[in-house]
Structures are given as structure tokens and as C-alpha cells.
Design a protein around this ligand. Structure first.
Ligand SMILES: [Zn+2]
Length: 116
């Protein structure tokens, strides 16, 4: 299969994720910021949830970046487009929608269930 387009899209995705991750990391307060300053508990509470939210977004951006990097290395190894679990060819429509898809729909569903 022709992986030129997939590679280009994956590299764009990686670039976007890199930018998002560095922006999110910039927004995240330093661990000791505010230490030594009295804070009322309402403020501390809202800061915490904001940090949690940023952490959650960062976490999903990082894991998506890992998926994209893994897909790029599958292109290098000529295994791109095959399900990493069962080895069947992933339908092109699925790869169009998700160039970083590592599994066919059936294996992805099983994988998602195992990790919930
Ligand atoms: Zn599969």
C-alpha cells in the first residue's frame, strides 16, 4: 500500500500534538508556584481542578502522540496498515479517518474493553 499520504498526515499530526503539548505544559503552573503564599481554600480548589483538567488533556495528547509515533515506525517497518493484534489489513476507510489506527475495528473494541 502507498504510505506516502499516511506518513505526511501522521507527521502533521505529530507537529500539531507537539505544539499542543508545549502550550499545555506552558500553562501548567510550576509544582511549587504559590508555595509560601496564603491561599484561601476556594482558590486552591479551583486551581487544582484547572490543573487536573490540563493534566487530563496533556495525558491524552501524549498518548495520541505515542500512537502517531508508533504508526510512523510501522511505516518504517512496512507493517503499516495491518492490525497489530490479528494482522489483517485495516480497511482504507478506517485509516483515512484514523491514520494512527493500530488495530482493526474488532481488535480495537476488544482492546478498549480490556483497558476499561
Ligand atoms: Zn485485528
Amino acid at each position: 500500500m502507498d504510505t506516502t499520504v499516511a506518513r505526511k498526515r501522521l507527521e502533521e499530526m505529530r507537529g500539531d500534538l507537539d505544539r499542543s503539548i508545549s502550550i499545555l505544559q506552558g500553562e501548567r503552573p510550576a509544582p511549587l508556584a504559590g508555595a509560601g503564599y496564603p491561599q484561601d481554600s476556594a482558590d486552591a480548589g479551583s486551581n487544582l481542578s484547572e490543573t487536573d483538567r490540563t493534566e487530563a488533556i496533556l495525558h491524552s495528547a501524549r498518548s495520541q502522540r505515542n500512537e502517531v509515533l508508533a504508526a510512523l515506525s510501522r511505516i518504517e517497518e512496512n507493517t503499516y496498515g495491518r492490525c497489530v493484534d490479528c494482522g489483517i489489513e485495516i480497511p482504507e476507510g478506517r485509516l483515512d479517518a484514523r491514520p494512527d489506527a493500530a488495530r482493526c475495528v474488532a481488535c480495537q473494541a476488544k482492546h478498549a474493553r480490556r483497558h476499561r
